[in-house]
Design a protein around this ligand. Structure first.
Ligand code: FAD
Length: 284
């Protein structure tokens, strides 16, 4: 199934993200995680692509496992350190496994260098669209991409992806929904009308939150910072508070008209299970 069909229907849904193992030997464990998450029945599962194109084959293997469990897969694909032949061979593998959905990304620069044939995600989107009947998503940054001079420039650049054929956008992690609502107005002003899927991460450890903010440039709103500080030394309390905070964000997003929310689950099925449990009367 193409994810755009799912995003365009009336049903409210939750999707989630998995990352592939670093070593082939850990694939069995990852496959176990796939079937545990599949039992919770998310709308779709996205599978990340290792930085710089590492573990590309693992992404396709996990995406296939996701679909074998009856859940649509969204395979991430980056173009740093890559060329047309490598991308074409991944597209062929995806076609062979009947995976119809790709999140097309540039990927983070490695030592400040691109080292690849496409300089931006928009060129990759165009290439994918001209080599198969894929539904293609792109990344969006409600707080601006770290390399952009500002949000306006970033939105202008996001427009290139839309013009190249992106069907929907998935956002970087947000901890403050008002940042997203503000961003939505800016997207509409730029005539960007594709569905936007907000990305929510239930934070379950103080170390994790610091790493994530460094990597993504996401800012912590004061009410969330207070939670992290209060429970930093009590891992179980922080986990419970992190799940409750993410649940609150999701309920607020649904109340404000978002129909699909993407959860960055960090390969922990119990976390998406807890959130879905909290939403049992809200998402049926
Ligand atoms: P682009 O859209 O190419 O944007 C990169 C920068 O270039 C931005 O500053 C943008 O404003 C600017 N820009 C874009 N087009 C133009 C243009 N035509 N002219 C001038 N400037 C332009 N990384 C991974 O390695 N693997 C993953 O699986 C992965 N999954 C992700 C999932 C999501 C939802 C998100 C939000 C990010 C993910 N990333 C992943 C990280 C992503 O690869 C990085 O954020 C990367 O730095 C930018 O990727 P992009 O696709 O947004 O690039």
């Amino acid at each position: 199934m193409k994810i755009i069909e799912l995003l365009n229907n009336e049903k409210t849904s939750i999707s989630c993200e998995l990352f592939p193992p670093k070593h082939g030997s850990e694939l069995q464990n990852a496959l176990g995680i796939v079937s545990e998450i599949a039992r919770i029945k998310p709308a779709y599962i996205s599978i990340t692509y290792g930085a710089g194109g590492s573990e590309a084959g693992q992404t396709v293997k996990l995406a296939k496992a996701v679909q074998d469990n009856g859940i649509p897969a969204l395979a991430h694909l980056t173009c740093v350190k890559s060329d047309e032949n490598k991308i074409l061979s991944i597209l062929e593998e995806l076609k062979k496994e009947k995976i119809k959905n790709i999140l097309a990304l540039r990927g983070d620069l490695i030592d400040g260098k691109l080292d690849g044939v496409f300089s931006h995600a928009s060129s990759l989107v165009k290439f994918i669209k001209s080599h198969g009947d894929f539904c293609v998503g792109g990344a969006a940054y409600p707080e601006g991409h770290p390399e952009s001079k500002g949000l306006d420039e970033d939105i202008e650049n996001t427009k290139y992806k839309i013009d190249a054929g992106v069907d929907f956008l998935v956002t970087q992690i947000i901890f403050d929904n008002t940042v997203l609502y503000n961003y939505m107005f800016r997207l509409l002003s730029a005539r960007i009308y594709v569905p936007v899927v907000p990305g929510i991460m239930p934070v379950t450890s103080a170390g994790q939150i610091i790493r994530i903010c460094e990597l993504s440039g996401a800012k912590l709103p004061p009410q969330f910072r207070a939670i992290v500080e209060k429970f930093a030394d009590k891992p179980e309390a922080l986990k419970q508070a992190g799940i409750a905070y993410a649940t609150g964000q999701i309920i607020d997003l649904i109340a404000n008209g978002f129909k699909n929310i993407h959860i960055y689950t960090m390969n922990r099925p119990e976390i998406i299970g807890d959130i879905m449990g909290n939403l049992s009367e809200i998402i049926k």
